[in-house]
Write a protein of this length. Structure first.
Length: 487
């Protein structure tokens, strides 16, 4: 598949003009102030240049959407309820030199602008000498999925939509795929005409260059990104060289990125970040992900959920949950005792965190105003859905709802845990067709307007046993259906 290109030089003046234009308790530790964060403007490495032509020529997936693609819809006498549509995915689960579409639970992979939904697919092969391609797709209304530009990568990236319908893609590009697929640069692609259906024409710049000769990592592959109400884009990642957490930000219309250090010499690697733009500052939720070798075996402990907040004037950090002294962690009988699942900013400006305490065997919902130091912590009722793996938050008409996922099921619950409903996916696509769920939700954090009538969700297949023919799905749920069943 060739990298789609438009005669960008002819469009350059126009494009540059567009760029310009959970139990009631409190955490025992209060936030620890850090030294004033460093503030470093980062100039773009290039402007308005086409992306390099990738070397991979992928074989089209058998699931590639066609105009005849069938969308199964749950009927109802009260209007649209929900629909489920099979979509393409990666041919390989975790190929040499990269990973597949399902990977990166903290990433932003689906966004809606008015009647158009955007997502992407990582097209890969199993040849360690070739890069993969992150290929954009769009779906207008009930039409077919249409393919757009492809960008070279080794891992999945993030896509965001701004208030004017400009699409922003943040992609990790390995410097030498054969030498190390985790060393490379962070590339930024801006599609200014995405609102008009054009996901081929873009402006390409480099946010963080690849490392120099010393080989020290300059950007981590576990990048998270989001966009604020004022079209401020943020991205975050951790670095292990000085156990630090980094945030980059810019307005959608700006050319240059600014860089903040949210914390350094932390003593642990904190990866898989969820970054957030508040009204005046920023927040990051990340999880411990140290690289530990014991008795010749390598492990990655996940025992701490860390929360950072601040801006160019300074940062604070706290451990929302620290299970490092649990018997499971001390005896190494369990390497993963904490999971992080969501970071959400509601319409009144309160911050919500969803995480799992695997020691206490409960899911927790943390909530506070940004300026507060104490959190309200409640336990989320998961008894009705056995094996809950993920919980994402959505907000409809000022009320929060949980979208909950097990390996094969999707369910909805209102904020007080009293009303629940399971979606009958099997009746739409067949028994045991949906599996290995990694969920991604279009929300204000991805730039999707709160005024949208639908909740758009990707159900990506993370089961290695399902490949090479693992089934991935696009789930669309009507907000009216949620209100009728859960209010």
């Amino acid at each position: 598949m060739k990298l789609k290109s438009i005669q960008l030089l002819l469009l350059l003046p126009t494009l540059l003009l567009l760029v310009a234009c959970d139990e009631d308790s409190k955490p025992s530790d209060s936030p620890t102030p850090l030294p004033t964060a460093t503030f470093t403007p980062v100039p773009p490495a290039a402007t308005a240049t086409p992306a390099p032509t990738p070397t991979l020529v992928p074989v089209p997936s058998a699931d590639t959407p066609t105009p005849e693609a069938k969308v199964e819809t749950k009927p109802s006498g009260a209007g649209f309820t929900y629909s489920l549509e099979k979509i393409p995915g990666s041919a390989n689960h975790q190929p040499a030199g990269g990973v597949a579409t399902w990977w990166g639970f903290n990433q932003s992979k689906i966004a809606r602008y008015e009647d158009t939904v955007f997502t992407y697919v990582i097209q890969n092969d199993n040849d360690p000498a070739t890069e993969s391609l992150m290929t954009l797709y769009k779906k207008v209304g009930e039409g077919p999925w249409e393919q757009g530009a492809s960008m070279p990568c080794s891992v999945p990236g993030n896509i965001l939509i701004d208030s004017k319908g400009g699409l922003h893609a943040l992609v990790f590009d390995p410097a030498d795929i054969l030498a190390n697929a985790s060393l490379g640069s962070l590339e930024y692609y801006y599609f200014p005409q995405a609102s008009n259906g054009d996901i081929d024409t873009f402006i390409h710049t480099t946010v963080v260059p690849a490392p120099g000769d010393n080989g020290n990592e300059t950007v981590n592959i576990r990048i998270g990104a989001s966009i604020g109400r004022d079209d401020t884009i943020v991205l975050a990642f951790g670095l292990d060289s000085n156990t630090s957490e980094h945030l980059y930000y810019k307005k959608a219309s700006d050319l240059e990125w600014s860089h903040l250090v949210a914390g350094e010499n932390l003593g642990h690697d904190f990866y898989y970040p969820y970054p957030l733009v508040t009204d005046s500052s920023y927040a990051i939720l990340a999880i411990q992900d140290d690289y530990v070798e014991i008795d010749g075996q390598v492990h990655n402990p996940y025992h701490i959920a860390a929360y950072f907040q601040g801006n160019e004037h300074g940062w604070s950090r706290e451990y929302l949950l620290d299970n490092t002294q649990s018997p499971q962690a001390i005896t190494h009988s369990q390497w993963q005792t904490v999971d992080i699942s969501d970071l959400y900013l509601d319409t009144v400006g309160d911050i919500h965190v969803v995480l799992q305490d695997r020691v206490a065997e409960k899911w927790l919902h943390y909530r506070k105003a940004y300026a507060d130091s104490d959190w309200t912590i409640t336990t989320i009722n998961t008894a009705w859905m056995q094996g809950t793996n993920w919980i994402r938050l959505i907000e409809i008409e000022g009320s929060q709802y949980y979208v909950m996922y097990s390996w094969r099921e999707v369910g909805l619950m209102n904020g007080n845990g009293e009303n629940v409903v399971k979606l009958d996916l099997e009746s739409l696509v067949g028994k045991r067709q949906v599996e290995g769920i990694y969920p991604y939700v279009a929300s204000p954090r991805t730039g999707t307007s709160a005024a949208s009538e639908f909740v758009d969700i990707l159900l990506l297949n993370g089961s290695s046993d399902a490949y090479p023919s693992g089934s991935n799905y696009y789930l669309k749920v009507g907000k009216d259906y949620i209100l009728q069943n859960l209010s």
